[in-house]
Design a protein around this ligand. Structure first.
Ligand code: SAH
Length: 689
């Protein structure tokens, strides 16, 4: 999990640093000046290092593996020379140094801000003379007298893995190190990594991949049909906390299958940059092969007894008690064709990797591979597609269109990005002309194609920009949106809809009494106890006995220079318990009130009853009213009960605020200011006894 997408490109100036940020009143980016060291601390804060270092199981198992390697080299009577590639905070090098009796430790780090941080931490912990820090990528290291490394190392310790294991270039790093930087009798920590895949049938998972037909519930069985042809490119990674999926949300079609076995010490040969395995299995259940779940594990010690596993709980020896980690999750892949499988049938799983990525396919044995259908790739995120496929939300839009719009208007304007709501409206309001504004060209082409396939073409017009809307004195009588705009980071940023409606009203391109759907937006909040998520922003203090406060200072500084104190997270992946009932902080009417000129502040307090759990954060989301009864909710998908875990919608990210101090607070005070110039909110929260 890296960053939160709040700011993108940066540019160095004498007075500070220019940072590109989105202005949510227009949805367009603009530049802001931030302090000169903003980039350094922000980059570090964003790099999800804290969560990795809070992973105490990882730290401990790496240490046990490293200790065993050092012991083994010493037992051979050899001098120990350690190379630590990608030292980060210097942690693994310090672990080696703490063992004593080591001839040399070289730590390299390519990411400058991180290397600066490591230098300070190594010094503070008293290992300055034991560890040589080289600010380089490992592939640039030189070996020989007077060089970066005096001699080749006989132990390599490195942690350059991501959820896909190889996504951060581990293959190249290992191949180079084994060939150029290490001795023949090297020990590599960890020395072996295995990758597992499990074929499953899951409607839920399919919603992350394929556009599903939408039933218009006219009673005549009419649907908007996509023919299974529209999906997301297979190479778009979907890394998630699989352990948060309910066992009822998928049916396993195979057991977990080991698909790759990586010898990280390259004892026989370098790790291939391209590889394919075909594994046959007998289907353990019947179902449609919709997805392949993937995870990996590794042995950290030379004897292969210490296993560090990223398996989801159902394949983990500790089950639900497994350690929490967010820097390595699991991933979901999608086969080319969703084949139907009978229980007991012989099936083949094909697994592929190149230097940086993985892909999978599922086919029947002894059957010619089904030629994958010509697929059309949707230019949207998997989370967005999940919401576009949300039957409950779509039904609400369909019902609201019928109740509020179809009989009353002749023309409808649909705004938003990556939306098919305009086509729904065309399907439901059969007497109306629909105009869709869709900025993305590929999505425009797709909408054209779908409207043709569904015989809606005659009544649908698609334009690329608001400025291209020509009304010729016939203003739109209804404007609709499923309120998703590309620039939005948090769900309330979709208020850009309101700004567009205002603009169009001023221009006379929509009528004064135009029906607006949704008609209002509310921001909600609930005080919570996050079971684990707080670790991504919490200070480390001390890790494995090493003082990490320098790192904490940097992160703390980053959080005070970045003014956003609410960040987006897909909360269904991160369990939290409600400590009070949710509170509506504010409501903005999008129908009859223009966007205000001046900021508006909303203040109040939420009382929290006694609880065993500390208050450590808040969760925020929005609701959008289509009618007083039909409400789109971007937060919980069932009623929140104080003291119970919250079930969150999977099609949206929610807003998260973390309190610095975790305590049994009795109230949360809030001060929320709507800033019309920026189309955003400024949040201030405090927790009091
Ligand atoms: N070893 C630390 C940090 C691991 S994170 C720990 O275990 O806590 C991985 C780090 O490796 C990142 O800081 C990244 O910048 C760095 N890195 C990845 N590949 C590298 C390479 N080939 N050479 C140097 N640094 C690398």
């Amino acid at each position: 999990m890296v960053g939160n997408g709040m700011a993108g490109v940066t540019q160095q100036l004498d007075t500070g640093i220019l940072v590109e940020k989105i202005n949510h009143s227009s949805g367009k980016s603009e530049w802001k000046i931030m302090p000169a060291d903003y980039d350094y601390s922000r980059e570090l804060a964003r790099a999800s290092f804290a969560d990795m270092l809070h992973d105490s199981e990882r730290n401990r198992l790496y240490r046990v593996g490293l200790q065993a390697a050092i012991k083994k080299v010493k037992a051979r009577g050899d001098k120990v020379r350690v190379l630590d590639i990608g030292t980060g905070t210097g942690l693994l090098s310090m672990m080696a140094a703490a063992e004593g009796g080591i001839e040399s430790i070289v730590a390299c780090e390519e990411f400058r801000p991180m290397a600066e941080c490591a230098s300070k931490i190594i010094e503070v912990n008293g290992f300055k003379d034991d560890i040589k820090l080289v600010r380089k990528r490992s592939t640039e290291l030189t070996v020989g007298p007077g060089c970066d490394m005096e001699q080749r190392a006989n132990i390599l310790v490195t942690e350059v893995f991501d959820t896909e294991l190889i996504g951060e270039g581990a293959i190249g790093t290992y191949n180079h190190a084994n060939q150029e930087l290490l001795t023949q009798d090297r020990i590599v920590v960890p020395g072996r990594a295995r990758m597992f895949a499990q074929v499953v049938s899951s409607d839920l998972a399919s919603n992350w991949n394929r556009l599903r037909d939408i039933d218009l519930s006219n009673g005549d069985g009419k649907k908007i049909k996509f023919g299974g042809r529209y999906s997301i490119d297979n190479l778009v990674l979907h890394d998630i906390q699989l352990s948060q999926m309910n066992l009822s949300e998928f049916t396993p079609l195979s057991e977990p299958i080991q698909v790759f076995d990586f010898d990280l010490a390259c004892k026989k040969s370098p790790i291939p940059c391209h590889d394919q395995t075909k594994k046959e299995f007998t289907a353990v259940n019947a179902g449609t092969a919709t997805a392949v779940f993937m995870w990996w594990d590794c042995y950290t010690d030379p004897e292969e007894t210490v296993l560090l596993s990223c398996a989801p709980f159902w394949d983990h020896k500790e089950g639900q008690e497994q350690s929490w980690r967010d820097h390595w999750m699991q991933a979901v892949y999608f086969p080319n064709t969703e084949i139907k499988i009978n229980k007991g049938e012989k099936i083949e799983l094909t697994s592929n990797h190149d230097e940086y990525s993985l892909w999978f396919d599922v086919n029947k044995i002894n059957q010619d591979c089904i030629k994958p259908r010509e697929m059309c790739h949707l230019p949207m995120s998997r989370t967005r597609l999940f919401e576009v496929n949300n039957v409950e939300s779509n039904n609400k839009y369909i019902q609201a269109l019928r109740e509020k719009i179809c009989d009353k208007v002749k023309n409808i304007l649909c705004l938003g990005d990556q939306t098919i709501l305009g086509l729904l409206a065309a399907g439901v309001c059969t007497n109306a002309q629909i105009t869709i504004v869709q900025e993305n060209r590929i999505m425009r082409d797709i909408l054209h194609q779908i409207s043709e396939e569904n015989d809606l073409k005659e009544r649908v017009t698609i334009v690329g920009d608001l400025d291209d809307l020509v009304t010729d004195g016939n203003p739109y009588e209804a404007v609709i949106s499923d309120v998703f705009f590309n620039g939005s980071v948090l769900s309330w940023h979709n208020l850009v809809f309101w700004y567009h409606v205002n603009q169009l009203k001023q221009d006379g391109r929509i009528s004064d009494n135009c029906i607006t759907l949704p008609g209002c937006m509310s921001v909600w909040m609930v005080p919570v106890h996050y079971q684990h998520l707080w670790k991504i922003r919490a200070p480390l203090h001390n890790i494995e006995g090493f003082d990490m406060t320098h790192f904490d200072h940097i992160i703390d500084k980053a959080s005070t220079t970045c003014d956003e104190n609410v960040e987006p997270q897909p909360l269904w992946e991160y369990p939290c318990t409600a400590l009070a009932q949710p509170t509506k902080l504010l409501t903005l009417s999008l129908t009859d009130t223009p966007v205000p000129e001046h900021p508006i502040t909303y203040t109040g307090a939420i009382e929290i009853g006694p609880s065993q759990l500390d208050l450590n954060g808040l969760a925020l989301w929005t609701t959008w009213d289509l009618t007083p009864e039909l409400i789109i909710n971007t937060g919980p998908c069932s009623e929140i009960k104080t003291g119970e875990q919250i079930t969150w919608c999977k099609g949206h990210k929610q807003g998260v605020h973390f309190f610095k101090e975790h305590k049994a607070a009795s109230r949360v005070k809030y001060n929320v200011t709507f800033q019309p110039q920026e189309g955003d909110f400024k949040f201030e929260f405090s927790n009091t006894d």
